[in-house]
Design a protein around this ligand. Structure first.
Ligand SMILES: *[C@@H]1O[C@H](CO)[C@@H](O)[C@H](O)[C@H]1NC(C)=O
Ligand SMILES: [Cu+2]
Length: 376
């Protein structure tokens, strides 16, 4: 639910709090962490950083499963300026969420779609390009039995394999949690998708298609969307996740442990996070932060007598804001609580979590609502 909407409801009904929602944070491929869009801090960075997925608006679910936002979340499904992760067909990826502490039982599903002609122009919102490569819906032989709860229990990550027979080329990888906690209401099901850009190498000659998004998710689907969790949990109803079956040539699922074991993810090596920089080598540099050479606040001028002075006013005002931000970016928090991991939230209005960062990181002010652990 939207943070602004959920708070009063959460207080009265004891439903989840907005802070418990999440988004996909990294893709780890062979030990390199590819940073994904940080909805609470990246929009405030200048220049914008290089991320490997499409922009998302916040950590809330998609509103309207039959509309365009279901394809790649509420961020506009913008295919431009997105980094691409080069992966070999048959290899595995670890998909790491910033957190998943919501009591939002439901399936975890991962789809792919071939980008036609390439991912810089492909939106995936027409035709039926989406084929499932992985799914964990409800499996009562597992502890916990729901995919999203299992994801939480193992430390907010998920592993998938790129099918080995897939034709080489550019693809979107669409990873998604579906929260069913209020799915008994029409449009109560909560979808949390992310679209990552991949360049698949090797592989075979398969070019599968699958389902349409929007299209495949029906608000009245009584098997997978308009359902009562308790009936499924009580064994009174068989659950079938929406979006069709997993492609027959997909690799075996990797979440095989009967009982999920918590193993938190700590990135050590980072992919480039600067747009336009060389993308062939990895670096230990963290995502960019805005730096300013000016340390004295510049007051905006107020001349309004002509068009050109009005433009000057705008410029001064902008630089004043930049200066203010940068003068506050060196704050090092020494607050209590568990140390926050790399690029996790460590402060901001309303933040009640940890305020100190793991070794090697410091808590950096990004805006009034968000401070982030960045490399010291
Ligand atoms: C898509 O998401 C945006 C941001 O939440 C919202 O403003 C817009 O109304 C949504 N579009 C539709 C068609 O629901
Ligand atoms: Cu929610």
């Amino acid at each position: 639910m939207r943070p602004s909407v959920i708070i009063p409801i959460a207080l009265s009904l004891g439903v989840d709090l907005a802070s418990a929602h999440g988004y996909l944070n990294y893709v780890d491929y062979k030990g390199v962490a590819y940073g994904l869009w940080q909805p609470f801090s990246d929009p405030y960075l200048s220049p914008l950083p290089l991320r490997y997925d499409r922009t998302i608006l916040d950590n809330g679910p998609v509103v309207g499963m039959t509309g365009p936002n279901i394809t790649c979340n509420n961020g506009g499904n913008n295919p431009l300026n997105v980094g691409s992760i080069t992966v070999a067909a048959g290899d595995s990826l670890k998909l790491v969420w910033d957190q998943w502490n919501s009591a939002h039982s439901g399936p975890v599903m991962t789809y792919m779609a071939k980008c036609t002609p390439n991912c810089a122009s492909f939106k995936g919102d027409t035709g039926s390009p989406w084929f499932k490569i992985d799914q964990f819906a409800y499996d009562p032989t597992k502890t916990p039995p729901w995919g999203s709860d299992y994801l939480h229990a193992q430390g907010a990550w998920w592993k998938v394999t790129i099918p080995s027979s897939l034709a080489a080329g550019e693809y979107l990888l669409r990873h998604e949690i579906l929260g069913l906690h209020v799915a008994q209401d029409v449009n109560g099901a909560q979808f949390y998708p992310s679209c990552v850009h991949l360049k698949v190498t090797g592989g075979g000659s398969d070019s599968p298609t699958g389902v349409a998004l929007p299209g495949a998710y029906d608000p009245y689907d009584a098997d997978g969307i308009l359902v009562q969790l308790w009936q499924i949990n009580a064994g009174q109803k068989i659950y079938t996740a929406p979006g069709g079956p997993v492609w027959t040539k997909a690799a075996a699922a990797l979440q095989t442990a009967v009982t999920a074991t918590s193993q938190s993810y700590v990135p050590t090596s980072f992919a480039p996070s600067v747009r336009g920089a060389a993308t062939t080598t990895t670096t230990s540099a963290p995502p960019t932060t805005t730096k300013s050479t000016t340390t004295t606040a510049v007051l905006p001028t107020t001349k309004t007598s002509s068009t050109s002075s009005s433009r000057t006013t705008t410029t001064s005002s902008t630089s004043s804001r930049t200066t203010t931000t940068s003068s506050r970016t060196t704050t090092t928090s020494t607050g209590g609580g568990t140390a926050v991991g790399a690029y996790g939230q460590c402060g901001g209005i309303g933040w009640t979590g940890g305020t100190s960062c793991v070794s090697g990181y410091k808590c950096v002010y990004l805006n009034d609502y968000y401070s982030q652990c960045q490399a010291a």
